[in-house]
Ligand binder design. Sequence first.
Ligand SMILES: Cc1cc2nc3c(=O)[nH]c(=O)nc-3n(C[C@H](O)[C@H](O)[C@H](O)COP(=O)(O)OP(=O)(O)OC[C@H]3O[C@@H](n4cnc5c(N)ncnc54)[C@H](O)[C@@H]3O)c2cc1C
Length: 614
Amino acid sequence: MGLFARKKTVFVDSDILVIGGGMAGCGATYESRYWGRDLKIVCVEKANIERSGAVAQGLYAINCYMGMQWDENQPEDHVRYARNDLMGLVREDLGYDIARHVDSTVHKFEEWGLPIMKDPETGRYLREGKWQIMIHGESYKPIVAEAARKAATEVYNRIMVTHLLMDNTKLNRVAGAVGFNVRTGDFYVFRARAVIVSAGGASHIFKPRAVGEGMGRTWYAPWSSASAYALPIRVGAKMTQMENRIVLTRFKDGYGPVGAYFLHLKTYTQNAYGEEYESKWYDHTKELVGDYVDRHPVPTCLRNHAMLEELKAGRGPIRMVTTEAFQDPHKEQVGWENFLGMTIGQAVVWASQNIDPKHTNPELTTSEPYVMGSHATCSGAWASGPEDYAPAEYQWGYNRMMTVEGLFGAGDTIGGTAHKFSSGSFTEGRIAGKAAVNYVGELGNDRPQISEVEYEDLKKTIFQPLETYKVGRNEIVAGTVSPSYMLPMHGLQRLEKIMDEYVGGISAHYTTNQPLLTRGLELLGMLKEDLAYLGAEDLHQLQRAWELQHRVLASECVTQHTMFRTETRWPGYYYRADHPKLDDTDWHCFTLSQYDQESGKWEMEKAPVYHIVD
Ligand SMILES: Cc1cc2nc3c(=O)[nH]c(=O)nc-3n(C[C@H](O)[C@H](O)[C@H](O)COP(=O)(O)OP(=O)(O)OC[C@H]3O[C@@H](n4cnc5c(N)ncnc54)[C@H](O)[C@@H]3O)c2cc1C
């Protein structure tokens, strides 16, 4: 008897199923309860919502707050800012929708106990920058999770969702999800009338700078494993802007954030010879992207670009000049606290490398690329927009519903809406939750049906790596190498190498071209075939196996999009060497993809960008 046949199956019914209890998932759970008092709202999370997701270890700033109560910014200003930063291409309807609601989210956080720093003179929230406010945020996630816990009918922690289930009675309608408990191995079948995917972004699809024993150290959370993309992709939801991966300038080796340093401490960068270098690359950059280089603030990717060019010219390392600001004891304290509340690892790295920023200017570096939808980048699912604001072409259903009926998304999951960050992701979760309640209400007695054959087949597929390992382990030829299975770590390293070398990772200076992408897709195809031979020693490795499956599918999507967009829209994030310039004539548009799981083929198309805000 196969190992999988002994696993208990647990059935859970819900009206609204929220997958992923990070910032967006907590927002979705909270708001679903507000509008759906009598509904059964279930949140399922692969870790524990108390400390899960990208905000797990806390944050030092909330990066998206308008300050409308003090007339500091209006939602339209934020749309202009995000549009500028993304070189013209954002879903302005979705961005506006978040911006107009985000302040109320932040006020709730404060009400729930999040300490927000105040300007002693004005009494207003203390600004780190135009959009950022400073918080004592070590407990940010537990505070937000408490609200979600109280709102949910049930929270299921430690369950990794592997697949969505589709309705038996209606084409292209979602009906639930399946997954397994990473501690007990129980198989879970979630039946739902609406599903909200809020499973975070994707790290570890490109080879990280830190390898070997330091491999877990990445900027984006190592447990962000692309489920947010793979789950909808597999059931045919359209994705957008998946080529728009993000590369971050951060303190070297610890990925410590630089925002508070630039904005609050007013530190600045210089090359190895103490020279300012950004202005040197102005003419060169203008050649590539035209007027975008003159925009204020300079788009994030273009600032990376200047640094990368300076490094290629051999004038690295680039350093952050901290020695001046740190003479002021207040600024020195803020500089350290910035890490202690959010990235303790950076403080440890500096201590271990004899770097005291008061006396030594620390090095900066650019990260490996990540895929996500909530930072200075906007990869994700293609979603219907708000009824009162979205152009007709962007409205085919309820707000934040994907192109699959009943399937909603928020946070890193949804594409086209950069710069939402933690507060905007929670807000988008609230928007999706409210829309899902409306959707469920209008379904009435119509309840999606799942197929027993389908979930039983999935059960076999999901637990197969345990069986494969058990059978094949006797043939181990050396250490962990077996002729009949591939361990998740081996598969991950193979994926990262392909993406790094062919799709524009660090060792290729973020550069690719059509022949490289073509070969990359061939190699990804071979890797996909070999995933059938994944072997998992235990439940932990089984989780790794399914995280790898999700990463590979999302990576294929990234590669298809990168191939489709024949221009270099975001130099500093990646370069198409065969199309080195920004091309507004042909590519001032969104890229969309749709995957067909039967044939394994992708369809690509363009969608118009509507500028709603002047
Ligand atoms: C280093 C770093 C610094 C940041 N700094 C700031 C900052 O200063 N200010 C700011 O406002 N924002 C900041 N952000 C951004 C902010 O954290 C994100 O925008 C936000 O967390 C995105 O919300 P999300 O819900 O989409 O993803 P997450 O919050 O990451 O939540 C995703 C959740 O889904 C779960 N999950 C994933 N896959 C599955 C699966 N298959 N089954 C079940 N559950 C699953 C995860 O465990 C996780 O709990 C930072 C992020 C990082 C990584």
